[in-house]
Design a protein around this ligand. Structure first.
Ligand code: 0X9
Ligand code: CA
Ligand code: ZN
Length: 313
């Protein structure tokens, strides 16, 4: 469980219960399923939100993913906040209603449930980042899921091949059950040759940034990124950052990564894919803001989320 005083955060079991409640309270709007299982066998929950949720209306789709990194618990709360706003808000908020009527919204609150449960096991937080799959042939545990995606995996010195590293990219692209399951889900949204998911945010903490691909190269444009596409990433990124006060930049301007989720979403599927690094800006309180900060720091992204949904068309 979360340490005393931080009970406002949701454990994996509590997240699952919230998703089940949302589905029970809004049967026409919400469908809960799983994209697969984590290494330790936890369901990777995905919530679908749309009017007439059982029907395939062919609407543009948006995906929100959270908690690739175990200790970034505020991101799980961000996904839950999105769920709550787009379900409970449907009856009362005309803006929410229009977005839900015109789109399919997918939310995966826990991409790394084994890691986040490990991080809150025991009395104190463990500062855990990776997943919990043991590395073959040694004593190390875990790969960095955000270095395990299959677009130019391990290409560019933006990850590590040493199992002890915090950015260990795993033995192969999609070697980890969690990235494999989420990527197969995204692959499955190609319907009749067209990817239905048009836009995506992967939430992380911390630094208050809006980041766009590519991460594997410092070049703004080149293979897989035209000047026009790059200008759109910049424009939408800056508009989103204008609403939450984050800083917007290309992800490799922060540092080069290879095998991250945005590079795969864009490089493979041409999904308009961003990383948000949420509150705070620095190591105090870093990964562990008090639960009193949850409401303020999740609501802070409401307008940015709405901008992203508006770009899915
Ligand atoms: O390193 C990461 O995976 C992300 N930052 S975190 O502190 N949450 O670990 C940022 C990934 C964004 N991509 C690049 N910076 N290239
Ligand atoms: Ca508290
Ligand atoms: Zn992260």
């Amino acid at each position: 469980d979360f340490p005393a005083g931080d009970e406002g955060y949701h454990t994996y079991a509590e997240v699952t219960a919230e998703l089940q409640k949302a589905a029970a309270n809004h049967p026409d709007l919400v469908a809960l399923s799983s994209v697969g299982k984590s290494f330790e066998g936890r369901d990777l929950n995905v919530l679908k939100i749309s009017d007439d949720v059982a029907a395939d209306e062919g609407e543009p789709e948006v995906l929100f993913t959270c908690n690739q990194h175990a200790r970034e618990h505020l991101t799980t709360e961000m996904c839950l906040h999105i769920v709550q706003r787009f379900t409970d808000g449907y009856a009362t908020d005309p803006n929410v209603r229009a977005m839900v009527d015109g789109h399919v919204i997918w939310v995966i609150p826990n991409v790394n449930p084994d890691g986040s449960e490990y991080d809150i096991s025991g009395t104190d937080y463990k500062y855990w980042r990776k997943n919990r799959k043991p590395v073959a042939g040694g004593d190390e545990i875990g790969a960095d899921l955000n270095r395990n995606w299959g677009y130019k995996w391990g290409c560019c010195d933006g990850s590590s091949s040493r199992p002890a590293s915090e950015t260990y990219h795993g033995p192969a692209a999609f070697s980890e059950p969690e990235t494999q399951a989420v990527s197969r889900f995204v692959d499955s949204r190609v319907v009749g040759g067209t990817q239905r998911i048009k836009a995506h945010i992967d939430f992380h903490t911390y630094s208050e940034l809006v980041l766009w691909p590519f991460g594997h190269t410092k070049d703004d444009t080149g293979e897989g990124m035209t000047a026009e596409e790059n200008a759109r990433f910049r424009d939408v990124g800056q508009r989103m950052a204008g609403t939450n006060g984050y800083q917007a930049k290309q992800s490799s301007d922060l540092y080069v990564t290879d095998g991250d989720i945005n590079d795969w979403m864009w490089g493979t599927h041409k999904i308009l894919s961003y990383t948000f690094e949420m509150y705070p800006t620095g190591p105090f309180p870093g990964f562990y803001p008090p639960d009193e900060d949850i409401a303020r720091e999740t609501t802070r992204n409401d307008r940015a989320v709405d901008i992203l949904v508006g770009e899915a068309r």
